[in-house]
Write a protein that binds this ligand. Structure first.
Ligand SMILES: NC(=O)c1ccc[n+]([C@@H]2O[C@H](COP(=O)([O-])OP(=O)(O)OC[C@H]3O[C@@H](n4cnc5c(N)ncnc54)[C@H](O)[C@@H]3O)[C@@H](O)[C@H]2O)c1
Length: 345
Protein backbone atom coordinates (compact mmCIF):
# COMPACT_ATOMS: atom_id res chain seq x y z
CA UNK A 1 0.00 0.00 0.00
CA UNK A 2 1.42 3.36 -1.03
CA UNK A 3 1.26 6.10 1.59
CA UNK A 4 0.24 9.22 -0.32
CA UNK A 5 0.16 12.93 0.52
CA UNK A 6 -1.22 15.85 -1.48
CA UNK A 7 0.40 19.29 -1.67
CA UNK A 8 -1.98 22.05 -2.76
CA UNK A 9 -5.61 21.84 -1.66
CA UNK A 10 -7.42 23.74 -4.38
CA UNK A 11 -10.12 22.04 -6.45
CA UNK A 12 -7.57 19.86 -8.24
CA UNK A 13 -5.63 18.82 -5.13
CA UNK A 14 -8.92 17.83 -3.51
CA UNK A 15 -9.76 15.80 -6.58
CA UNK A 16 -6.41 13.97 -6.41
CA UNK A 17 -6.99 13.31 -2.71
CA UNK A 18 -10.46 11.86 -3.35
CA UNK A 19 -9.03 9.52 -5.97
CA UNK A 20 -6.22 8.27 -3.69
CA UNK A 21 -8.86 7.52 -1.04
CA UNK A 22 -10.72 5.35 -3.58
CA UNK A 23 -7.56 3.67 -4.95
CA UNK A 24 -6.97 0.19 -3.56
CA UNK A 25 -3.20 0.65 -3.90
CA UNK A 26 -2.98 3.87 -1.88
CA UNK A 27 -3.73 5.28 1.51
CA UNK A 28 -4.06 9.06 1.88
CA UNK A 29 -1.99 10.08 4.91
CA UNK A 30 -1.96 13.90 4.81
CA UNK A 31 -2.71 17.10 2.94
CA UNK A 32 -0.89 20.41 2.83
CA UNK A 33 -1.62 23.95 1.73
CA UNK A 34 0.09 27.21 2.62
CA UNK A 35 -3.43 28.57 3.08
CA UNK A 36 -4.46 27.06 6.43
CA UNK A 37 -8.18 27.30 5.69
CA UNK A 38 -7.75 25.19 2.55
CA UNK A 39 -5.56 22.58 4.27
CA UNK A 40 -7.92 22.41 7.26
CA UNK A 41 -11.03 22.04 5.11
CA UNK A 42 -9.51 19.22 3.04
CA UNK A 43 -8.13 17.50 6.15
CA UNK A 44 -11.48 17.65 7.95
CA UNK A 45 -13.31 16.33 4.92
CA UNK A 46 -10.87 13.48 4.32
CA UNK A 47 -10.00 12.58 7.91
CA UNK A 48 -6.25 13.10 7.62
CA UNK A 49 -3.84 15.57 9.27
CA UNK A 50 -3.41 19.06 7.79
CA UNK A 51 -0.05 20.72 7.23
CA UNK A 52 0.75 24.27 6.15
CA UNK A 53 4.32 23.60 5.10
CA UNK A 54 5.29 20.89 2.60
CA UNK A 55 8.68 20.13 4.14
CA UNK A 56 7.10 19.69 7.56
CA UNK A 57 4.59 17.24 6.14
CA UNK A 58 7.27 15.28 4.30
CA UNK A 59 9.41 15.09 7.45
CA UNK A 60 6.49 14.07 9.64
CA UNK A 61 4.80 11.53 7.35
CA UNK A 62 7.54 10.23 5.03
CA UNK A 63 5.01 9.38 2.29
CA UNK A 64 5.89 7.06 -0.61
CA UNK A 65 4.12 9.18 -3.22
CA UNK A 66 3.09 12.83 -3.39
CA UNK A 67 0.71 14.69 -5.67
CA UNK A 68 1.81 18.26 -6.32
CA UNK A 69 -1.37 20.15 -7.20
CA UNK A 70 -0.16 23.66 -6.61
CA UNK A 71 -0.66 26.15 -9.39
CA UNK A 72 0.50 29.77 -9.32
CA UNK A 73 1.20 32.09 -12.23
CA UNK A 74 0.19 30.47 -15.51
CA UNK A 75 -0.89 27.49 -13.37
CA UNK A 76 2.72 26.31 -13.19
CA UNK A 77 4.96 28.61 -11.16
CA UNK A 78 4.38 26.81 -7.83
CA UNK A 79 5.18 23.26 -8.93
CA UNK A 80 8.97 23.37 -8.80
CA UNK A 81 9.64 23.86 -5.09
CA UNK A 82 7.33 21.21 -3.59
CA UNK A 83 8.28 18.73 -6.33
CA UNK A 84 11.98 19.15 -5.52
CA UNK A 85 11.22 18.86 -1.80
CA UNK A 86 9.22 15.68 -2.32
CA UNK A 87 11.84 14.10 -4.58
CA UNK A 88 14.58 14.99 -2.10
CA UNK A 89 12.46 13.30 0.56
CA UNK A 90 12.48 10.11 -1.54
CA UNK A 91 8.88 10.33 -2.80
CA UNK A 92 7.53 9.47 -6.23
CA UNK A 93 5.72 12.55 -7.54
CA UNK A 94 2.69 13.11 -9.71
CA UNK A 95 2.83 16.79 -10.61
CA UNK A 96 0.01 18.77 -12.14
CA UNK A 97 0.50 20.33 -15.54
CA UNK A 98 2.33 22.32 -16.74
CA UNK A 99 5.35 20.71 -15.13
CA UNK A 100 6.87 24.18 -14.81
CA UNK A 101 6.72 27.53 -16.57
CA UNK A 102 10.32 27.42 -17.71
CA UNK A 103 12.45 24.75 -19.27
CA UNK A 104 15.57 24.89 -17.10
CA UNK A 105 13.84 24.24 -13.75
CA UNK A 106 11.67 21.58 -15.39
CA UNK A 107 14.82 19.82 -16.50
CA UNK A 108 16.14 20.05 -12.94
CA UNK A 109 12.99 18.33 -11.69
CA UNK A 110 13.42 15.48 -14.16
CA UNK A 111 17.17 15.25 -13.48
CA UNK A 112 16.58 14.97 -9.72
CA UNK A 113 13.98 12.25 -10.18
CA UNK A 114 16.39 10.35 -12.39
CA UNK A 115 19.26 10.79 -9.95
CA UNK A 116 17.08 9.51 -7.09
CA UNK A 117 15.61 6.67 -9.14
CA UNK A 118 12.07 7.95 -8.56
CA UNK A 119 9.02 8.27 -10.80
CA UNK A 120 8.00 11.80 -11.73
CA UNK A 121 4.72 11.85 -13.64
CA UNK A 122 2.78 14.81 -14.98
CA UNK A 123 -1.00 14.75 -14.87
CA UNK A 124 -1.62 14.85 -18.61
CA UNK A 125 -4.87 13.03 -18.13
CA UNK A 126 -6.66 13.70 -21.41
CA UNK A 127 -5.36 10.60 -23.13
CA UNK A 128 -6.02 8.27 -20.22
CA UNK A 129 -9.22 6.90 -21.74
CA UNK A 130 -10.25 3.59 -23.37
CA UNK A 131 -11.01 5.40 -26.65
CA UNK A 132 -7.56 7.01 -26.78
CA UNK A 133 -5.92 3.66 -26.00
CA UNK A 134 -7.88 2.05 -28.84
CA UNK A 135 -6.78 4.80 -31.23
CA UNK A 136 -3.20 4.29 -30.09
CA UNK A 137 -3.59 0.60 -30.90
CA UNK A 138 -4.81 1.51 -34.39
CA UNK A 139 -1.59 3.48 -34.85
CA UNK A 140 0.58 0.64 -33.52
CA UNK A 141 -1.19 -1.95 -35.68
CA UNK A 142 -0.43 0.05 -38.80
CA UNK A 143 -4.06 0.89 -39.51
CA UNK A 144 -3.15 4.53 -40.06
CA UNK A 145 0.05 3.69 -41.89
CA UNK A 146 2.64 6.31 -42.67
CA UNK A 147 1.34 9.41 -40.90
CA UNK A 148 0.51 12.49 -42.91
CA UNK A 149 -1.29 14.97 -40.68
CA UNK A 150 -2.72 15.61 -37.22
CA UNK A 151 -5.53 18.08 -36.48
CA UNK A 152 -6.00 18.75 -32.78
CA UNK A 153 -8.45 21.20 -31.21
CA UNK A 154 -9.54 22.11 -27.71
CA UNK A 155 -11.69 24.98 -26.52
CA UNK A 156 -12.98 25.84 -23.08
CA UNK A 157 -14.05 29.00 -21.28
CA UNK A 158 -11.47 30.44 -18.90
CA UNK A 159 -11.83 34.16 -18.20
CA UNK A 160 -8.65 34.41 -16.10
CA UNK A 161 -6.18 37.03 -17.27
CA UNK A 162 -2.63 36.08 -16.37
CA UNK A 163 0.46 36.57 -18.49
CA UNK A 164 -0.09 37.12 -22.23
CA UNK A 165 0.85 33.46 -22.79
CA UNK A 166 -1.40 32.00 -20.09
CA UNK A 167 -3.71 30.10 -22.45
CA UNK A 168 -0.88 28.87 -24.64
CA UNK A 169 1.14 27.54 -21.71
CA UNK A 170 -1.57 26.40 -19.30
CA UNK A 171 -4.07 24.73 -21.63
CA UNK A 172 -1.80 23.19 -24.21
CA UNK A 173 0.32 20.76 -22.26
CA UNK A 174 -2.74 18.54 -22.76
CA UNK A 175 -3.22 19.07 -26.48
CA UNK A 176 0.46 18.79 -27.35
CA UNK A 177 0.70 15.67 -25.19
CA UNK A 178 -2.17 14.08 -27.13
CA UNK A 179 -0.56 15.01 -30.43
CA UNK A 180 2.76 13.51 -29.35
CA UNK A 181 1.03 10.39 -27.98
CA UNK A 182 -0.21 9.54 -31.46
CA UNK A 183 2.36 11.13 -33.74
CA UNK A 184 5.61 11.35 -31.79
CA UNK A 185 7.86 14.30 -31.16
CA UNK A 186 7.35 17.72 -32.68
CA UNK A 187 10.40 19.50 -34.02
CA UNK A 188 9.10 22.91 -35.07
CA UNK A 189 6.04 25.08 -34.53
CA UNK A 190 4.61 28.35 -35.73
CA UNK A 191 1.79 30.13 -33.90
CA UNK A 192 -0.75 32.83 -34.70
CA UNK A 193 -2.79 34.06 -31.77
CA UNK A 194 -5.70 36.41 -31.23
CA UNK A 195 -7.53 38.10 -28.35
CA UNK A 196 -11.28 37.73 -27.89
CA UNK A 197 -13.21 40.98 -27.36
CA UNK A 198 -12.37 42.42 -23.94
CA UNK A 199 -9.38 40.17 -23.35
CA UNK A 200 -5.81 41.26 -22.75
CA UNK A 201 -4.19 37.86 -23.22
CA UNK A 202 -3.71 35.73 -26.33
CA UNK A 203 -6.81 33.72 -25.62
CA UNK A 204 -7.19 31.81 -28.90
CA UNK A 205 -4.44 30.43 -31.08
CA UNK A 206 -3.59 28.24 -33.97
CA UNK A 207 -0.30 26.35 -34.18
CA UNK A 208 1.24 24.70 -37.18
CA UNK A 209 3.62 21.91 -36.33
CA UNK A 210 6.12 19.67 -38.04
CA UNK A 211 6.69 16.29 -36.47
CA UNK A 212 10.05 14.55 -36.45
CA UNK A 213 8.40 11.83 -38.54
CA UNK A 214 7.78 14.38 -41.28
CA UNK A 215 4.02 14.53 -40.66
CA UNK A 216 2.44 17.97 -40.33
CA UNK A 217 0.10 19.09 -37.58
CA UNK A 218 -2.35 21.76 -36.63
CA UNK A 219 -3.59 22.74 -33.19
CA UNK A 220 -6.45 25.14 -32.46
CA UNK A 221 -6.90 26.12 -28.82
CA UNK A 222 -9.11 28.62 -27.06
CA UNK A 223 -10.07 29.90 -23.64
CA UNK A 224 -12.98 31.84 -25.15
CA UNK A 225 -15.81 29.29 -25.58
CA UNK A 226 -18.04 28.27 -22.69
CA UNK A 227 -18.39 24.59 -21.89
CA UNK A 228 -21.52 22.67 -22.73
CA UNK A 229 -20.79 21.17 -26.12
CA UNK A 230 -17.89 18.90 -27.04
CA UNK A 231 -14.58 20.52 -26.22
CA UNK A 232 -11.78 18.44 -27.71
CA UNK A 233 -11.10 16.65 -30.96
CA UNK A 234 -8.10 14.85 -32.41
CA UNK A 235 -7.79 13.64 -35.98
CA UNK A 236 -4.81 11.62 -37.20
CA UNK A 237 -4.46 10.63 -40.84
CA UNK A 238 -2.07 8.41 -42.72
CA UNK A 239 -1.86 6.64 -46.04
CA UNK A 240 -3.72 3.58 -44.67
CA UNK A 241 -6.49 5.30 -42.72
CA UNK A 242 -7.66 8.14 -40.54
CA UNK A 243 -9.20 8.30 -37.08
CA UNK A 244 -11.15 10.95 -35.24
CA UNK A 245 -11.30 10.99 -31.46
CA UNK A 246 -14.17 13.06 -30.07
CA UNK A 247 -13.85 14.48 -26.57
CA UNK A 248 -11.13 11.94 -25.90
CA UNK A 249 -13.43 9.30 -24.45
CA UNK A 250 -16.82 9.74 -26.13
CA UNK A 251 -16.16 8.30 -29.55
CA UNK A 252 -13.30 7.04 -31.72
CA UNK A 253 -13.90 6.43 -35.41
CA UNK A 254 -11.49 4.70 -37.77
CA UNK A 255 -11.89 5.40 -41.49
CA UNK A 256 -9.76 2.80 -43.33
CA UNK A 257 -8.47 4.24 -46.61
CA UNK A 258 -10.27 2.93 -49.68
CA UNK A 259 -12.94 1.17 -47.60
CA UNK A 260 -16.49 2.56 -47.35
CA UNK A 261 -16.96 0.91 -43.95
CA UNK A 262 -15.86 2.61 -40.74
CA UNK A 263 -15.20 1.29 -37.24
CA UNK A 264 -16.78 3.26 -34.39
CA UNK A 265 -16.11 2.93 -30.67
CA UNK A 266 -18.73 4.68 -28.53
CA UNK A 267 -18.38 5.20 -24.80
CA UNK A 268 -20.61 2.48 -23.31
CA UNK A 269 -23.60 3.36 -21.12
CA UNK A 270 -22.66 0.64 -18.62
CA UNK A 271 -19.06 0.74 -17.41
CA UNK A 272 -18.11 3.70 -19.60
CA UNK A 273 -16.72 7.07 -18.62
CA UNK A 274 -19.22 9.27 -16.79
CA UNK A 275 -17.42 12.60 -17.20
CA UNK A 276 -14.09 14.37 -17.32
CA UNK A 277 -13.24 13.38 -13.73
CA UNK A 278 -12.76 9.81 -14.95
CA UNK A 279 -9.67 10.91 -16.89
CA UNK A 280 -8.09 11.94 -13.55
CA UNK A 281 -9.09 8.63 -11.98
CA UNK A 282 -7.56 6.66 -14.86
CA UNK A 283 -4.36 8.71 -14.90
CA UNK A 284 -3.85 8.55 -11.12
CA UNK A 285 -4.67 4.83 -10.94
CA UNK A 286 -2.21 4.24 -13.76
CA UNK A 287 0.47 6.06 -11.77
CA UNK A 288 -0.16 4.16 -8.52
CA UNK A 289 -0.19 0.90 -10.47
CA UNK A 290 3.06 1.69 -12.24
CA UNK A 291 4.78 2.76 -9.02
CA UNK A 292 3.46 -0.33 -7.19
CA UNK A 293 4.68 -2.58 -9.99
CA UNK A 294 8.10 -0.93 -9.91
CA UNK A 295 8.22 0.48 -13.43
CA UNK A 296 11.65 1.87 -14.29
CA UNK A 297 11.93 5.38 -12.88
CA UNK A 298 12.60 8.56 -14.88
CA UNK A 299 14.73 8.20 -17.95
CA UNK A 300 15.51 10.77 -20.62
CA UNK A 301 12.78 11.06 -23.20
CA UNK A 302 13.69 10.70 -26.84
CA UNK A 303 12.65 14.30 -27.35
CA UNK A 304 15.07 15.57 -24.70
CA UNK A 305 17.90 13.59 -26.18
CA UNK A 306 17.03 14.81 -29.65
CA UNK A 307 16.72 18.42 -28.56
CA UNK A 308 20.19 18.25 -27.12
CA UNK A 309 21.61 17.28 -30.47
CA UNK A 310 19.34 19.39 -32.67
CA UNK A 311 20.87 21.86 -35.06
CA UNK A 312 21.02 25.35 -33.51
CA UNK A 313 20.13 26.80 -36.90
CA UNK A 314 16.59 25.56 -36.46
CA UNK A 315 15.98 27.27 -33.14
CA UNK A 316 14.39 30.63 -32.64
CA UNK A 317 14.36 30.11 -28.90
CA UNK A 318 17.83 30.08 -27.47
CA UNK A 319 18.79 27.13 -25.43
CA UNK A 320 19.38 28.28 -21.83
CA UNK A 321 22.67 27.61 -20.14
CA UNK A 322 22.41 25.02 -17.41
CA UNK A 323 20.63 27.07 -14.72
CA UNK A 324 19.68 30.25 -16.49
CA UNK A 325 16.11 31.01 -17.52
CA UNK A 326 15.19 30.73 -21.19
CA UNK A 327 14.76 34.03 -22.99
CA UNK A 328 13.63 34.65 -26.53
CA UNK A 329 16.31 35.80 -28.90
CA UNK A 330 15.85 39.40 -30.08
CA UNK A 331 14.66 38.17 -33.46
CA UNK A 332 11.90 36.14 -31.88
CA UNK A 333 11.02 38.77 -29.30
CA UNK A 334 10.53 41.34 -32.04
CA UNK A 335 7.99 39.10 -33.67
CA UNK A 336 6.16 38.23 -30.47
CA UNK A 337 3.36 38.11 -29.65
CA UNK A 338 1.31 38.18 -32.85
CA UNK A 339 3.34 35.40 -34.35
CA UNK A 340 6.22 33.46 -32.97
CA UNK A 341 8.11 30.37 -33.73
CA UNK A 342 10.18 28.17 -31.53
CA UNK A 343 11.20 24.59 -31.40
CA UNK A 344 9.26 22.51 -28.96
CA UNK A 345 10.93 19.84 -26.93
N1 LIG B 1 -5.01 17.93 -15.35
C1 LIG B 1 -6.08 18.71 -15.53
O1 LIG B 1 -6.98 18.39 -16.29
C2 LIG B 1 -6.16 20.00 -14.78
C3 LIG B 1 -7.35 20.75 -14.79
C4 LIG B 1 -7.36 21.95 -14.08
C5 LIG B 1 -6.23 22.38 -13.39
N2 LIG B 1 -5.09 21.61 -13.42
C6 LIG B 1 -3.87 22.03 -12.72
O2 LIG B 1 -4.03 21.79 -11.33
C7 LIG B 1 -3.23 22.71 -10.59
C8 LIG B 1 -4.05 23.26 -9.44
O3 LIG B 1 -5.22 23.85 -9.91
P1 LIG B 1 -6.27 24.51 -8.88
O4 LIG B 1 -7.37 25.05 -9.70
O5 LIG B 1 -6.60 23.53 -7.80
O6 LIG B 1 -5.36 25.69 -8.30
P2 LIG B 1 -5.52 26.59 -7.01
O7 LIG B 1 -4.67 27.78 -7.19
O8 LIG B 1 -6.98 26.78 -6.67
O9 LIG B 1 -4.90 25.69 -5.84
C9 LIG B 1 -3.53 25.54 -5.65
C10 LIG B 1 -3.26 25.52 -4.16
O10 LIG B 1 -1.88 25.24 -3.95
C11 LIG B 1 -1.46 25.98 -2.82
N3 LIG B 1 0.00 26.08 -2.81
C12 LIG B 1 0.80 26.79 -3.64
N4 LIG B 1 2.10 26.59 -3.34
C13 LIG B 1 2.12 25.71 -2.29
C14 LIG B 1 3.15 25.11 -1.55
N5 LIG B 1 4.46 25.34 -1.82
N6 LIG B 1 2.84 24.26 -0.55
C15 LIG B 1 1.54 24.01 -0.26
N7 LIG B 1 0.50 24.56 -0.94
C16 LIG B 1 0.79 25.40 -1.95
C17 LIG B 1 -2.17 27.31 -2.94
O11 LIG B 1 -2.26 27.98 -1.71
C18 LIG B 1 -3.54 26.86 -3.48
O12 LIG B 1 -4.47 26.66 -2.43
C19 LIG B 1 -2.74 23.76 -11.61
O13 LIG B 1 -1.39 23.54 -11.88
C20 LIG B 1 -3.57 23.50 -12.86
O14 LIG B 1 -2.85 23.71 -14.06
C21 LIG B 1 -5.06 20.44 -14.10
Amino acid sequence: MLRVAVIGCGPIGNRHADIYVMDERSELVGVCDILPERADAAAARLGVPAFYDAQEMLDALAPDLVSVATGGVEYGSDHYEPTMQALNAGCHVLCEKPICNEIAPAEEMVALAREKGLCLGVDLNHRFTPAARLAKRWVEEGRIGHQLFVNMAMWIGNPQESSPWFMIKALNPHTVDVMRYFAGDIEAVHVFATKAPGRRIWSTMQMNARFVSGAVGNLTASYDIERGHPMERCEVAGVAGRFVLEDMWREATLYPAGDPQKIVYTNPVFGGYRDFVDTFIDRIHTFTRQVSEGVPACRPSRSTARARTASPRRRCWRRPSSRSRPRPSPTCAERLPTSYCRCVR
